[in-house]
Design a protein around this ligand. Structure first.
Ligand SMILES: *Cc1c(COP(=O)(O)O)cnc(C)c1O
Length: 383
């Protein structure tokens, strides 16, 4: 890290990662589904009350497993936001599915539940929600719509570890959910993820798909006397070294979340003044959502040139980033997906959103620097 430079993200290590990796090494158990993987599975199952948790090598892999478990066929439609990471859509496109992009709410930037029903066609199979910034979608409404139309709800909870909706863990509410432990998320293993299965009818198949389409997990439990090829699958499981690393992070997940929340709240308090001045708006967290401080973002007021603000950050040595480039108008989105409506909120918000540095170890002085760069950039621009 260059002195005086404030990075956007800095992966937090708890200090025990190498110790647990050494333990896995010493045990001589390096392939997947060893003792550390089992511990990680139990941890997720206990914390989220999901039926079955399975570590995967990424959230992307967990989403691909979801598409396989839904048995997505050519032309099947999945309703999802356009304002998301590519993996949400890619996982279904790989199976011949068609993402149907629906607009987001202007407050939480989550899928706008009031627009879902109009996007349903006879080909619709499911709704893929994305809990943006660890703030839950309006799940009661979405689950009720899905039930009325016989659709599955799957949760891209990549950003939602340790966050809840009405007391329920994100990823445990729909039929299936996916977590990410990528280095840029809150709880990490470099690359990594998990599939959460809530529908009991899917849990055995999930194990099979993850183990190259075989019933190897049942064989190891002594439930069958040999394992064989059962259905289409792949290798979705991480090795034990990754699980050992992740276990060290799980042990500290509570503290990591608290530290991030403290930094998040500090940004939130100190930026209230700029919101009152009308130059930006701060994130909105509905009453029923407990978020995990995955990110702190601001949405710049119309007329403020984001590019100029980003340049000011760069000049000051503070890393600020934006995302997402909407999927519905991207080259692959146009080819494989379909937009429902004009997605006006998606287009507008994605052009004016800015994320501030947020990581465990970010100092108050660094936060103050980021805030003052932002303040001078947005006030200059409008006055
Ligand atoms: C990070 C992220 C992913 C991808 O996670 P990987 O573990 O890197 O595959 C998918 N969806 C969303 C919303 C994300 O933020």
């Amino acid at each position: 890290m260059k002195k005086d430079h404030i990075p956007f993200n800095w992966p937090h290590m708890t200090g025990k990662e190498l110790y647990y990796i050494a333990e896995a090494h010493f045990n001589g158990r390096l392939a997947g589904d060893g003792p550390f993987t089992a511990r990680c599975h139990r941890w997720i199952e206990e914390r989220t009350a999901c039926r079955k948790a399975l570590l995967t090598h990424s959230c992307t892999a967990a989403l691909e497993m979801i598409a396989l478990l839904m048995d997505i066929q050519h032309g099947d439609e999945i309703i999802m936001p356009s304002y998301t990471f590519v993996s949400t859509a890619n996982a279904f496109v790989l199976r011949g599915g068609v993402p149907v992009f629906v607009d987001i709410r202007a407050d939480t930037l989550n899928l706008d539940e009031s627009l879902i029903e109009a996007a349903i066609t006879p080909r619709t199979r499911g709704i893929a929600v994305v809990h943006y910034a660890g703030v839950a979608c309006e799940m009661d409404t979405i689950m009720a719509i899905a039930e009325r139309h016989g659709l599955m709800v799957v949760e891209d909870a990549a950003q939602g570890v340790m966050a809840t909706y009405k007391g329920r863990a994100l990823g445990s509410i729909g039929q299936m959910g996916a977590y990410s432990f990528h280095e840029t998320k809150n709880v990490i293993s470099g690359e990594g993820g998990a599939l959460l299965v809530n529908d009991p009818a899917l849990s055995l198949r999930a194990e099979i798909i993850r183990e190259k389409g075989t019933d190897r997990s049942r064989f190891f439990r002594g439930e069958v006397d040999k394992y064989t090829w059962q259905e289409v699958g792949s290798s979705f499981l991480p090795g034990e070294l990754i699980a050992a690393f992740l276990w060290a992070q799980f042990e500290e997940a509570e503290r990591i979340t608290e530290v991030r929340l403290a930094a998040w709240r500090r940004y939130h308090e100190l930026l209230e003044e700029l919101e009152t001045q009308g130059v930006l708006r701060r994130p909105v967290v509905p009453e029923e959502c407990r978020h995990n401080a995955h990110m702190y973002y601001v949405v710049l007021a119309p007329g403020i040139d984001r590019q100029r603000v980003l340049e000011r950050f760069r000049a000051a040595g503070v890393s600020s980033v934006f995302h997402y480039v909407p999927l519905h108008s991207s080259p692959a989105g146009l080819r494989y997906g379909r937009a429902h409506g004009d997605l006006e909120v998606t287009v507008r918000q994605s052009e004016s959103l800015l994320r501030l540095p947020l990581w465990v170890g970010l100092t108050e002085a660094q936060q103050d620097t980021a805030i003052s760069v932002l303040r001078s950039a947005v006030t200059d621009d409008t006055r």
